[in-house]
Structures are given as C-alpha cells and as structure tokens.
Design a protein around this ligand. Structure first.
Ligand code: TGC
Ligand code: FAD
Length: 404
C-alpha cells in the first residue's frame, strides 16, 4: 500500500510529547553545542518521524523521502570533517544524534549509521582523494544513499571466511559473490563491498548502482526493522574499475575498523529506544487505573520503573565515557563491544518490561513499545551479535581467543 505521508503528518501531528530522563544530570556533562544538536534532531523526529513511523512499520515501507532530510539536519556523517560535507563534530554529538534518531525508530538510525559510519567513514579513512571528492559530499547531503556489504549467506559472525572475490582484468576487476542482510541495499546508489582478491586478501570496493551484473533484491517477511529497507547485494561478473578500490587498507581490519564507529553509534541509539519505552511506560502507569488506583501506585510496577531508570542511567554513563574516549582516539574495540552489548541488552529488557506495564495496550501500534522491542532484536544481532561481543570481551580479559 502506498502511504500518504503528508496526511499522516497532518493527522498525527500531536502524538509525540517525549522528554528524556536525566536522573544523574548527564546533561551537565554536555556542551551547549551537544544539546543544540540533540534538540534539533529531536524536533525533526517529532515532526517528520513520529507521525508516520507506525504506518511505515505496519506496511513495511522505507520512507525514502527522508534521505535528503537526514542530510539537511546533519545526520549523515556528523563525525566526518566538514571539508567533505560532514558535520565536523565530535563523537558525543554523533552519539546524541543517533540516540534521537533511534528514539524515533531503530530503522531510521540504521539508515544514518550505515551512511555515516559504514559508507562515508571507510571512504574518508581508506579512500583516495578522488574517491572522497566524488562520493562524500553527495553522501553527506543525502543525494546518494549508501550500503555496506560484509555479511554473506554462509558467513555472518565469521566474515574472514567470505567467498565474495574479484579477479584482475586490466584496468578493471571482475567481482563475483553475494552479500545478505544489507541495510539500505534496495535503494542504495553506491555500496562499499568487502571481497577477496586472488591472493585471498580482503579489500574494499565501491560499487555503483548501474554497473552491469549488480543487483539488490529486497529481503521480505521481516518482523523487525520494518521501516528500514534490507536486501542483498549480488555480483555476477561485475566489472569494477580499479579506481573504485579503496587504496589505503587491506585485510579484515578494514571493515572491522568501520564497525567500531557504527557499534559506538548503536550504544547511544539503543538508549534512545529505551528512553522512549520508559517515557511511555511512566506516563501510562500514572494514567491507567485498576483496583481504584493508578497502576503506578503498585509496588510491582514501581520496581519495574525504578530498575528501568537505573539501567538507562548506567547506559548513559557508559555511552558518555566511551564517547570521550572516542574523542581522544583512545577507545578500544573491546570497550566499544562492552557498550554496544550492554546498552542494547538493557534497551531490550526495558522494552519488554514497558510492554508488560501497558498490558494489552503494549502490543498495539498506538504505542511505540512493541515496535522498539521487535527492532531491538535486529540491533542485538547486527554489528556483531550479543555473544560475539561477549567473546571479544572474554578475549580481552583472558588473552585466550575463543574464535580459533
Ligand atoms: P581477527 O583475526 O581477530 O582480526 C583480523 C584483523 O582485524 C583486526 N581487528 C580489528 N581492527 C579494528 N577494529 C576491530 N574491532 C577489530 N577486530 C579485529 C585484527 O587486529 C586483525 O588485524 P591484522 O592486522 O592482524 O590482520 O579476526 P577473526 O576472523 O578472528 O574475527 C574476529 C571477530 C569475530 C571479532 C570479527 O570477525 C567480528 O567482529 N565478527 C562480527 C561480524 C560483524 O560484526 N558483522 C557486522 C556486519 S555489518 C552490520 O551488521 C551492519 S548493520 C548496520 C545497521 O543497519 O545499523
Ligand atoms: P551467525 O554468524 O550464523 O550466528 C548465529 C548464532 O551463532 C548467533 O547467535 C551467534 O552469536 C552464534 N555464534 C556464531 N559464532 C559463534 C562463536 N564462535 N561462538 C559462539 N556463538 C557463535 N550485515 C552487513 O554486512 N551489512 C548490513 O548493512 C547489515 N544489516 C543488517 C540488517 C538487519 C536487519 C540484520 C538482521 C542483519 C544485518 N546485517 C548486516 C548482518 C548482521 O551483521 C549479521 O546477521 C550478524 O553479524 C550475524 O551473522 P549471522 O546472521 O550470519 O549469524
């Protein structure tokens, strides 16, 4: 079904009264610029996302019209230098922008994470000057939408075993293989794809839509991230010019370096989803009466709310601290794993508890909770599963590598 976004916005323009919990005055750790960025993304989400998002998810529709708007509000590559069209901002600003987008919907944050951390970042970090000039400004403005191809049908947690490959063909290479579960794929103009050369060494290639043999079939039947477009990237003897190979990295550390940035963004994003569930549950607990009192007066409901606020506050402190380490260039992959793993887990728990507080209403699209809960099942899986992050931490603690 085709959605009429303008009439959805007109009908639902009052629905969003979100305010964020700040029990430990974490706002005092933020600069005026940080708060300005957070508040402007929040205003945009209230106006452009909240009125349409339930319909988008119910209909499994990606609201493609928001892509240039995300560029306009600076959500594509806020951490990329401004000379290439990025925001030139620090990592706390980036995190806060992701928090606000995911407060709206994890799928909207996904679109921005992939664009900023997984497409713009590798081109910025590993690309030639020509590649940066050609792609980054268009990706920053939303004229181009990008995708990132690492996962394959047979290799998800273990991307080092990937089968996608390219062979030398003069001034081109011939790319073959398939990537699966790729966010933005069905609408992407450009894909950063990781594949092995004839020596089995992983390289990054920029593949443009329109190259012969390159297709992006949509993935259907998702119960999660329904407002995000997911698909495959299929390469059937695609001739990619050598000038599209990222020259400044080789090996698996290329894609994994990009994942550090995206996983960091998720540790903030998940807080946004948790905050939205908590805000909804508190309001409902105060308004809903059973046995002659608001349900928020019962100790069992108060326990749920108290534990939610505690976990959200701990997650905020974790995200803020890892953000300051990112700003100093000191955050380690395992510190980022801890923050991504913890914050997505607590968000999922907050969503589950909030859903219970709303009783039957908890499963209705009139409230955002079930949507967040279903979305977070993807978030706890992508960018490294919950268990993979545990094993990354386990290796840091013990020095023993559980992957070999
Ligand atoms: P391993 O031998 O440990 O490492 C290979 C090379 O990579 C280096 N490295 C890292 N470098 C930077 N950052 C990191 N986080 C790094 N982790 C490892 C490592 O030092 C080594 O370098 P070198 O120079 O010695 O070659 O690799 P392994 O094959 O044993 O695998 C390790 C493991 C399991 C941790 C890794 O493969 C992993 O993280 N797997 C999870 C895969 C994953 O996260 N996929 C995500 C796909 S993208 C996605 O989900 C996008 S969703 C986006 C959205 O919609 O929001
Ligand atoms: P598998 O690797 O098969 O894992 C299955 C289970 O086995 C998991 O529980 C895992 O933790 C466990 N497991 C695996 N290895 C071990 C081990 N050594 N020890 C213990 N347990 C283990 N990928 C991209 O490249 N780009 C994208 O844009 C992208 N977007 C996505 C969007 C969505 C909506 C989803 C759902 C996924 C997306 N992914 C993307 C893919 C995602 O990163 C993978 O799904 C994820 O890395 C896990 O891989 P897998 O699904 O193949 O699971």
């Amino acid at each position: 079904m085709e959605l009429d976004f303008e009439s959805l916005k007109a009908q639902n323009n009052q629905v969003d009264d979100f305010t964020h919990p700040d029990f430990y005055e974490i706002d005092n750790l933020l600069t005026e610029e940080h708060k300005l960025i957070r508040d402007s993304v929040r205003r945009w989400v209230k106006k452009e996302i909240s009125p349409i998002i339930d319909a988008c998810c119910q209909e499994a529709t990606f609201p493609q019209h928001i892509v240039p708007q995300l560029g306009d509000i600076g959500c594509f590559g806020p951490q990329i230098p401004s000379e290439y069209g990025g925001g030139g901002l620090d990592y706390i600003s980036y995190g806060l922008a992701m928090q606000e987008l995911e407060r709206g919907d994890s799928g909207i944050r996904s679109t921005a994470s992939v664009q900023g951390s997984l497409v713009m970042y590798p081109i910025y970090k590993f690309g030639s000057e020509e590649q940066k000039q050609k792609y980054l400004p268009k990706l920053a403005s939303g004229e181009f939408l990008g995708s990132f191809g690492l996962t394959e049908p047979n290799h998800g947690s273990d991307p080092g075993s990937m089968e996608s490959n390219f062979k030398d063909d003069g001034d081109h290479v011939i790319l073959n293989g398939a990537k699966m579960w790729i966010s933005n794929a069905p609408f992407c103009d450009v894909a950063v794809v990781w594949a092995k050369n004839e020596e089995g060494i992983v390289h990054g290639l920029i593949v443009d839509r329109g190259m012969e043999g390159f297709t992006t079939p949509t993935t259907h039947k998702k119960w999660s991230l329904r407002a995000s477009a997911t698909g495959e990237l299929v390469f059937d003897n695609v001739r990619v010019p050598k000038e599209n190979i990222l020259p400044n990295v080789k090996g698996l550390k290329g894609p994994l370096t990009c994942l550090n940035s995206a996983r960091y963004g998720i540790c903030w994003g998940a807080i946004g989803a948790a905050m939205d569930c908590y805000h909804t549950a508190v309001k409902y607990a105060k308004e809903r009466t059973q046995f002659g009192k608001p349900i928020g007066a019962f100790q069992l409901q108060q326990k749920k709310l108290s534990e939610m606020l505690t976990e959200i506050t701990k997650a905020q402190l974790l995200a803020w601290r890892v953000g300051t380490l990112m700003n100093d260039g000191k955050a380690t992959p395992s510190q980022i794993s801890m923050a991504k793993r913890n914050n997505v887990e607590i968000a999922l728990n907050v969503a589950r508890e909030s859903r219970q507080i709303l009783g039957g209403m908890g499963i209705s699209g009139d409230y955002p909770i079930m949507r967040h809960m279903a979305n977070l099942e993807s978030v706890i899986t992508y960018e490294g599963t919950h268990d993979i992050h545990l094993l990354i931490l386990g290796m840091e603690i013990t020095g023993e590598n559980a992957f070999v």
